[in-house]
Each structure stands twice: as structure tokens, then as C-alpha cells.
Design a protein around this ligand. Structure first.
Ligand code: AMP
Length: 322
């Protein structure tokens, strides 16, 4: 084989089997992003908490389309502790990094950023400040050198924000950090987390991040259950019962198709439907304007609906335009 031909074959293989980098330090990720940006290469970021499913992979495919073959697709895998409440599932959140990396390699991601908590929230530890509620060493355990958070004060208030106090503060903070670390031109999020997408769009606009936010449609299982890493918690018959969120959405869509319905009536009807299964317990169901997220009294076509339901150990969320 001539040198030129060998180079061609190498390039051809290289373009189909891109080498995927795994980066664990903030500094290394920033160096890589800076290098790409200096070369004029577009960067697409897909933030995730891992335990990937087809919904996540659809975001990666979208990022690739948006940055093109010559662009770089970065995926972050980080279970962000600051967005979990003290009684939530942080410690048992499903993880399988080896499998995630395999899937992302097959999907053609260029870099996977997998930081540790120390790397993201450096210096979280014990403060030397003395107080009345001392521990055995006489120190109060508070974050030592991590003390900056991003708070969106309007769209975060209802629904997930009301049920999970502090959740969106954690989300906005980690996403702002990931934006500064991976320096993307475009970042892709899922419509599955509708309120999160709205908060991130607002934060990006308000804080002038020079980043385009792209929202991808929700990927569902054949019975309508929205794909989610937390579906792993649905053991036995709970998996079937999990599709009740989608059945509720479909019922609402069918009802408002005919004529506007009062939110109060619709909420009561959906609660009955959802709780007619043995396990599901409704946390909330809201009907709101998709731009302002403000609740409406009359639900009509074009109104948005979001709901959260406990099914066994899982808390599932879903949403759709009615
Ligand atoms: P997570 O790992 O759950 O934090 O999700 C990472 C990203 O994937 C978020 O932008 C989610 O909205 C998105 N996502 C999660 N589930 C789905 C799904 N079923 N379809 C499309 N996107 C999703």
C-alpha cells in the first residue's frame, strides 16, 4: 500500500470510528474546548446524569446534526448532588459508566466529561467556624469554598420547583458550570423535562451565555411511558402501571379536543384515573401556558400539561401539549 493510500484508509476508518476521549478534570475539558474553539470547530453539548437510554442517544444524534461531521459532540455524565433533596434518590440513582461509554462510542460522541464531586464542587468539606452545634472536632460541617449558585426566580417556582425545593437551583448551577467548562455553541436538552428546559432557556438568555438551546422531543416506550433512567426502579407490575402518566395525558388530550374544560374538573378526573391503578399516587398535575408556565383555569387545545406521579420507589414525570 502506498503512503497516500494508507493515509486515505486511515482517514476513512477514522471518520467512521472516531476516537472518543473520556475527560475527568475541569481543566482538561476546558483546554480541549478552548483548542476546538480556536480552530473554529463547533461544539455541541449534551448534559446527562448517565444510565443512558434511547432518549439520551437521540439528543446526541441531534447534537451531531447541529454541529455537523466536522464539529465536536461533548456529552457530560454527572449525577449532580446539588439538584437532589435530602430525602431523594441521590445515593441509589442508577449508574453504569462502562455501558454508557460503550453506547456513546457507538453513537460517535467525541468526548465524554465525567467529573467527580470534588472536581465540580471543590472544597466542600468542613468549615473551621465554631458554632453551638459543634461536631466532635468542634467544627461545623458547611461547604468550605464552594458558595456560588444560580437561581432562576420565576419559571422555577411551581411544579417541580414546588415539589422539589432547591432542585432548579442545583440544575441551573450545574448547567451554568457545564457551559463554562465545555464552552458549547449549542446545548441539547429533552422536552421530557419541560420545566427544566424552560428554566435553562431563561437562564441562558438572562445571563447572556452565547449558546443556542435546542429542545428534543420525548422518546417513549411502545406503551407511551417516557424513557427515563428512573424506570429501572419499576419492578414487576409497576412497569405496566408506569404507563398511567401517558394514559392520563391521552385522556386530557381527548377531552380538550372537544371543548375547553375547567382545570379543577380535569385535575380531579385525572387523579381518579391515575390512582385507579394500585401503586400510583399523584404528586401534581398542572395545566399551564407553555411560555410563561403560569397555570390556567380553563384548559384548551394548546395548553400544556405536566404531571408527577409516585409509582413504588420511582417518582415519574411527563408532560405534553394538549
Ligand atoms: P437526565 O440524565 O435524566 O438528567 O437527562 C439528560 C437529558 O436527557 C435531559 O435534557 C433530559 O430532558 C433528556 N431526556 C431524558 N429522558 C428523555 C426522553 N425520554 N426523551 C428525550 N430526552 C430525554
Amino acid at each position: 500500500m502506498t503512503g497516500a493510500l494508507a493515509r486515505l484508509v486511515f482517514l476513512a476508518i477514522g471518520s467512521t470510528l472516531r476516537r472518543m476521549q473520556v475527560v475527568t478534570s475541569v481543566a482538561a475539558m476546558q483546554r480541549l474546548a478552548k483548542k476546538w474553539r480556536r480552530a473554529g470547530t463547533k461544539i455541541g453539548l449534551v448534559p446527562t446524569m448517565g444510565y443512558l437510554h434511547a432518549g439520551h442517544l437521540s439528543l446526541v444524534q441531534r447534537a451531531r446534526k447541529l454541529v455537523g461531521k466536522k464539529g465536536k459532540v461533548a456529552v457530560s455524565i454527572y449525577v449532580n448532588p446539588t439538584q437532589f433533596g435530602p430525602k431523594e434518590d441521590l445515593s441509589r440513582y442508577p449508574r453504569d459508566l462502562k455501558r454508557d461509554l460503550k453506547l456513546l462510542r457507538e453513537e460517535g460522541a467525541d468526548v465524554v466529561f465525567v467529573p467527580s464531586n470534588e472536581e465540580m464542587y471543590s472544597g466542600t468539606g468542613v468549615s473551621p467556624v465554631r458554632s453551638k452545634s459543634k461536631n466532635r472536632t468542634g467544627e461545623t460541617p458547611v461547604p468550605l469554598s464552594y458558595s456560588t449558585y444560580v437561581v432562576e426566580e420565576n419559571l422555577s417556582r411551581l411544579m417541580e420547583g414546588a415539589s422539589r425545593p432547591g432542585h432548579f437551583r442545583g440544575v441551573a448551577t450545574v448547567v451554568a458550570k457545564l457551559f463554562n467548562i465545555a464552552q458549547p455553541d449549542v446545548a441539547v436538552f429533552g422536552a421530557k423535562d419541560f420545566q427544566q428546559a424552560a428554566v435553562i432557556k431563561r437562564m441562558t438568555r438572562d445571563l447572556n451565555f452565547p449558546i443556542t438551546i435546542d429542545i428534543a422531543p420525548t422518546c417513549r416506550e411502545p406503551d407511551g411511558l417516557a424513557m427515563s433512567s428512573r424506570n429501572k426502579y419499576l419492578e414487576g407490575d409497576l412497569r405496566r402501571q408506569g404507563s398511567v402518566l401517558w394514559r392520563g395525558i391521552q385522556r386530557a388530550q381527548a377531552l380538550v379536543k372537544k371543548s375547553p374544560v375547567s382545570a379543577k374538573k380535569l385535575r380531579a378526573e385525572l387523579k381518579k384515573l391515575i390512582e385507579s391503578e394500585p401503586a400510583p399516587k399523584l404528586d401534581y398535575v398542572e395545566f399551564f401556558d407553555p411560555e410563561t408556565l403560569l397555570p390556567v383555569n380553563k384548559v384548551r387545545r394548546g395548553t400544556h400539561m405536566a404531571l408527577a406521579v409516585f409509582v413504588g420507589k420511582a417518582r415519574l414525570i411527563d408532560n405534553a401539549r394538549l
